[in-house]
Design a protein around this ligand. Structure first.
Ligand SMILES: CC(C)(COP(=O)(O)OP(=O)(O)OC[C@H]1O[C@@H](n2cnc3c(N)ncnc32)[C@H](O)[C@@H]1OP(=O)(O)O)[C@@H](O)C(=O)NCCC(=O)NCCS
Length: 149
């Protein structure tokens, strides 16, 4: 597997991050202003193999009593099953830990079967579901078990 190049989102990569997000989460399409807003709150990155866009990720910094961080990695369907998701997730989990995360959660759209399986295989267990009004595809929140991943 070629090495992934992981870059923080800036003006040059905003569109790439948005593209990956909106392809993988079509039920929650984001505008460029939405993404700019998230850049101010979260650590957003994009991942490339050579110069080819492979995926994007979100790390929400630790918050609350348990210093809970959220780590979400997304790999475009045509690049899956090459180990990129695992490599990217390992990198972003380390970022969350370095920011002081005590508890780590992830969020997967229920219809993303690859994502649900990936999260289970990496030590996450479901804690809750959220169904946006008028939607039929819930977001599942999963929490990393102690000793997981
Ligand atoms: C979850 C997700 C990031 C995984 O990305 P990925 O690049 O396919 O992840 P990996 O390649 O590391 O692992 C996926 C599978 O490929 C397998 N694999 C890894 N390298 C492989 C290779 N070289 N050849 C064949 N299979 C391989 C892994 O063993 C794993 O198998 P499993 O599903 O049977 O356990 C991707 O499916 C995705 O973006 N899903 C939608 C978004 C989402 O739900 N994200 C939340 C998760 S944080």
């Amino acid at each position: 597997m070629s090495q992934l190049r992981i870059e923080p989102v800036d003006d040059a990569t905003l569109t790439a991050w948005r593209h990956v997000h909106n392809v993988i989460i079509p039920t929650d399409p984001l505008s460029l202003d939405d993404v700019r807003d998230r850049v101010g709150r979260n650590h957003l990155t994009v991942a490339y193999r050579d110069d080819v866009l492979v995926g994007c990720a979100t790390v929400r910094p630790p918050a609350g009593e348990h210093a809970t961080a959220t780590v979400i990695v997304r790999v475009l369907a045509e690049h899956r099953r090459n180990g990129y998701g695992t490599a990217y997730f390992t990198s972003e989990l380390a970022r969350a830990r370095a920011l002081g995360a005590g508890t780590v959660e992830t969020i997967v759209l229920a219809s993303n079967e690859d994502g649900v399986r990936f999260a289970g295989a990496h030590g996450f267990a479901e804690v809750s579901r959220y169904l946006p009004p008028g939607d039929d595809d819930p977001f599942i929140t999963l929490r990393l078990r102690p000793g997981g991943c």
